[in-house]
Write a protein that binds this ligand. Structure first.
Ligand code: F1P
Length: 339
């Protein structure tokens, strides 16, 4: 309901946003866990769509090292809870005059992060019942894409370009419904993971952080060891892990990196790896021996990371249910890490 027009976009970030956004030359994003992966997606968008340089770092590292803060830095935190100790500590250590403002993308209005930031985008995802973030992630991505468009507009991004992406955002409910309709086939596919000890997730470009998030979800709720790699990195080491016991999950939208991704998938297949590919129905990724393909709807490039997250979340969910783990309260994890 807040995806209005290019002109009103900036209002989503609070009344101080126009003055602060005017001064932004670069963006530093800091977050933990799933929220960090949302930040990684935002970096691709910021540099690609708005042409604004961006750094992303986990708060648990950022807070403990000295940094050179470039002039005109917007400091962006992302957090479901708004109480994550590392993220808050990083926010509280932003005295440098080179920071032009602090913006929180957060799900909890009454949180410390929101109180202590000049600018806020509330994701309004509703309460996250489980420990593992799911709808918080997808709504963070929507908020971050709106931020990219708002900052882009200040830097001269044409309203026609902005309107095109806003239109993609408006299609999201429908696209997500289509992705969620794959629930039954994904449930079936999850049977192949139940007895496995490891899994590999591959993505390219903006889908790399989506792969990271898919692996994190599988780790968090099913306790299967999962790693994600940028698919082009395979040949620099991880390929040594691939054999018939290593399921390899990949996301393959019909984008400019598709052909490169397909050749990475062939490398996996040639080593006997079993592939599970969520592929655009027009991407022509063919089913075959050791290649299981689930067809995704055709998705506009920019919002593709949001849509492709859904089947990976569903996959983790079904694997966890089959393994009998507690999906909502995984062992050793807390919803909000306040120490
Ligand atoms: C960050 C986070 C979550 C994760 C778990 C532990 O929380 O790493 O992404 O699912 O709940 O904390 P937040 O800062 O987004 O609240």
């Amino acid at each position: 309901d807040r995806i209005d027009s290019p002109a009103t976009l900036i209002e989503s970030f609070g009344e101080k946003a126009p003055a602060i956004f005017d001064k932004v030359k670069t963006v530093q994003i800091v977050a933990c866990g799933t929220s960090y992966h949302a930040g990684m997606v935002a970096r691709y968008w910021l540099e690609d769509i708005a042409g604004i340089p961006c750094q992303v770092e986990v708060a648990s590292e950022f807070r403990y090292r000295k940094h050179v803060v470039p002039e005109g830095t917007l400091f962006v935190t992302i957090s479901q809870s708004g109480e994550t100790a590392d993220t808050l500590a990083a926010l509280r250590d932003t005295q440098s005059p080179n920071y032009v403002g602090r913006l929180a993308v957060c799900n909890v209005d009454s949180s410390s992060l929101v109180r202590e930031s000049e600018l806020v985008f509330l994701t309004k995802a509703g309460p996250e019942i489980g420990v593992a973030s799911t709808k918080a992630f997808t709504t963070q991505l929507v908020g971050l894409l709106m931020l990219v468009l708002a900052l882009g507009r200040q830097k001269g991004l044409a309203d026609s370009e902005i309107e095109k992406i806003l239109e993609e955002l408006r299609q999201l409910p429908n696209l997500i419904e289509q992705a969620a309709a794959l629930d039954k086939p994904i449930e079936k596919l999850s049977e192949a993971f139940v007895e496995k000890h490891h899994a590999l997730f591959l993505g390219r470009g903006v889908q790399f952080p989506v792969a990271l998030e898919g692996a994190l979800k599988l780790k968090e709720i099913s306790y299967i060891h999962a790693e994600a790699y940028a698919a082009g990195e395979l040949k620099h080491g991880p390929l040594a892990l691939v054999d018939s016991e290593m399921p390899v999950v990949s996301v393959a939208p019909n984008d400019e990196l598709l052909e490169k991704l397909k050749s990475n998938l062939q490398e996996v297949r040639a080593r006997g790896g079993e592939l599970y590919v969520f592929a655009d129905k027009n991407a022509h990724v063919k089913e075959g021996e050791g290649i299981h393909v689930l067809n995704m709807p055709s998705v506009p490039d920019t919002v593709a990371p949001i849509v492709y997250t859904i089947p990976l979340q569903l996959l983790s969910y079904h694997v966890a249910v089959l393994r009998g783990t507690d999906v909502d309260q995984p062992r050793n994890l807390a919803k909000s890490v306040t120490v």
